[in-house]
Design a binder for this molecule. Structure first.
Ligand code: LLP
Length: 415
C-alpha cells in the first residue's frame, strides 16, 4: 500500500496535490512519500522481529541522502556496492557498523575506506578479494569481517537481466567452492568469518526461490559449523518484488514466516537487503505532456521525461502504470505510446496506454521510487531531475534540478 491516492479528482502524494508540486518545482520531477517509505521499512523490520535481525536497505534502489537519512533515523542498516554509496550513507548519518558491502569489483581504495570507517561486513564475491581484504586489513592492523556471497544456482524466475543466483551469472561464488574458500578465509590472519550471504535476483514474486536458496545456505552453515568455522549471521539479500501491474508478491510478513518455518530453531542473526520493496511504490515520476502527435499507425503522447530519467521501460521492457494527475472527462480516451524527447526508438515510458489527454496535462508514472532516479543519466545533455519528498502536507525539495551549466562544468577545452 502506498500514499499516492486520488482526492477531489487529483492525484495526491500524502496530503499534497501533485499539481502543486509541478507548480512549485516544475516538471519532470520525482516525488516521494515519506509515510510510504517508512511504512515499507517497518514492514520488514516487524516481519523479522522474532529474531535478531538487521534490515540493510539496498542503497542502489534510491540513494538520495534525504531518503537514506530517514531510514537511518529508523535504525536501518545499508547494503552498498561502491565507495560512492558508502559516502552517501555516511553523509546521511548512517551508522557504518550497520553497513554491508556487496559487489563483484571492489577496488582497493573502496575496501580501504570501508575498513577505515569500520563497516559491518564485506560480502565477498571473488576468491581473490579475500586475499586483497586480508592484506589491506593487515596493513591497517584490523580484522575484516567477511561473508562469502554464495551463488546457490537457483532460478529466481525473474527477468534475465536482474536474475543473479544462477551459475551463468557473474555474481557470487559457486556454492560447491564456497566451503574451500571459507576454510581459506578462516586461516587468514586478518579476516574474521562472520556470515554467509546470498542474493538471487530482484523483483521476485514468489517465496519459493528464497526458500530453495536458504536450504542451500543452511546446509553450508551446518557444514562450516561442524568444522569449527563460526557463522553468526545469514544475509539473505534483497529481491522481494512489488506490484507494478498485477503481480502478487508475498508481503514481507509472509516472506518472513516462510523463512522462519524453514529456519526452525536457530541462533543466526538474519540480515536482509531490500531495495525495491521499500522505495519502489514510494515514488512517482511526474511529467507533463508537451505534444500529442499521430501518424497512420500510432498516436504518441510526447512528454517532458524520457528514458534518461526513467530507464526501466527501455532497458527491460518494464511496465509501469501511467495515470493522469487530474483525469479529464472532456476528452475521449485514445491509445497512446507515451514517449520522451530523446533520439532513440527505445525512448518510451509506456506503450499502448488508454488515456484521455490534451497537451499540458500532467501524468504520473507510478512505482518509480526504486531504480528510477538512481539509474538516470544525462544522455542527450538532459540535466537530471529535481526530487521532492512529501511529508504529510509539506513538500521538501531534496535534490535541486541539475542546471545545464553543471552538465559540462568539469569539461575542458584543449590549450
Ligand atoms: N542486494 C544485492 C546484492 C543486490 O544486487 C540487489 C539488487 C539488492 C540487494 C536489492 O534488490 P531489490 O530488493 O531491490 O530487488 N535495476 C533493476 C534492478 C537491479 C537490482 C540489482 N541488485 C530494475 O530496475 O529492475
Amino acid at each position: 500500500m502506498d500514499h499516492f491516492n486520488f482526492r477531489d479528482g487529483t492525484l495526491h502524494a500524502e496530503d499534497v496535490p501533485l499539481t502543486a508540486v509541478a507548480e512549485r518545482h516544475g516538471t519532470p520531477c520525482y516525488v516521494y512519500s515519506r509515510a510510504t517509505l517508512e511504512r515499507h521499512w517497518h514492514a520488514f523490520d516487524r516481519a523479522l522481529a522474532g529474531c535478531p535481525h538487521l534490515v540493510c536497505y539496498a542503497v542502489k534502489a534510491n540513494s538520495n541522502i534525504a531518503i537514506l537519512n530517514l531510514l537511518a533515523r529508523l535504525g536501518s542498516g545499508f547494503d552498498i556496492v561502491s565507495v560512492g554509496e558508502l559516502e552517501r550513507v555516511l553523509a546521511a548519518g548512517g551508522d557504518p557498523a550497520k553497513v554491508v558491502f556487496s559487489g563483484v569489483g571492489k577496488r582497493e581504495d573502496e575496501i580501504g575506506r570501508a575498513l577505515d570507517v569500520g563497516i559491518r561486513c564485506f560480502n565477498v564475491e571473488v576468491t581473490e578479494e579475500l586475499d586483497r581484504l586480508d592484506r589491506l586489513a593487515g596493513e591497517r592492523g584490523v580484522k575484516a569481517p567477511v561473508s562469502l556471497r554464495v551463488n546457490p544456482d537457483v532460478d529466481a524466475g525473474t527477468h534475465p537481466y536482474i536474475s543473479t543466483g544462477l551459475r551463468e551469472n557473474k555474481f557470487g561464488i559457486e556454492i560447491e567452492e564456497a566451503l574451500q574458500q571459507y576454510r581459506r578465509a578462516a586461516r587468514m590472519p586478518n579476516l574474521e568469518v562472520a556470515g554467509i550471504d546470498c542474493h538471487i535476483g530482484s523483483q521476485l514474486t514468489s517465496s519459493m526461490p528464497f526458500i530453495d536458496a536458504l536450504d542451500r545456505v543452511l546446509a553450508l552453515a551446518a557444514k562450516l559449523r561442524s568444522e569449527g568455522i563460526a557463522i553468526r549471521h545469514l544475509d539473505l539479500g534483497g529481491g522481494l518484488g512489488i506490484r507494478y501491474r498485477d503481480e502478487d508478491p508475498p508481503h514481507p510478513t509472509e516472506y518472513a514466516e516462510r523463512l522462519f518455518a524453514r529456519l526452525g530453531r536457530h541462533d543466526f542473526e538474519i540480515l536482509i537487503e531490500p531495495g525495491r520493496a521499500i522505495a519502489g511504490n514510494a515514488g512517482i515520476l511526474l511529467t507533463r505532456v508537451e505534444y500529442l502527435k499521430a501518424n497512420q499507425a500510432k498516436r504518441f503522447a510526447i512528454v517532458d521525461a524520457a528514458m534518461n530519467d526513467l530507464l526501466r521501460p527501455a532497458l527491460y521492457g518494464a511496465w509501469q502504470d501511467i495515470v493522469p494527475v487530474a483525469p479529464r472527462a472532456d476528452a475521449e480516451p485514445e491509445t497512446f505510446d507515451v514517449v520522451g524527447p530523446v533520439c532513440e526508438t527505445g525512448d518510451f515510458l509506456g506503450k499502448s496506454r488508454e488515456l484521455a489527454l490534451v497537451p499540458g496535462d500532467l501524468l504520473a508514472v507510478r512505482s518509480a521510487g526504486a531504480y528510477g532516479f538512481s539509474m538516470s543519466s544525462n544522455y542527450n545533455s538532459r540535466p537530471r531531475l529535481a526530487e521532492v519528498l512529501v511529508d504529510g502536507s509539506e513538500m521538501h525539495l531534496i535534490r535541486e534540478r541539475e542546471t545545464v551549466a553543471q552538465l559540462f562544468a568539469g569539461e575542458r577545452l584543449l590549450p
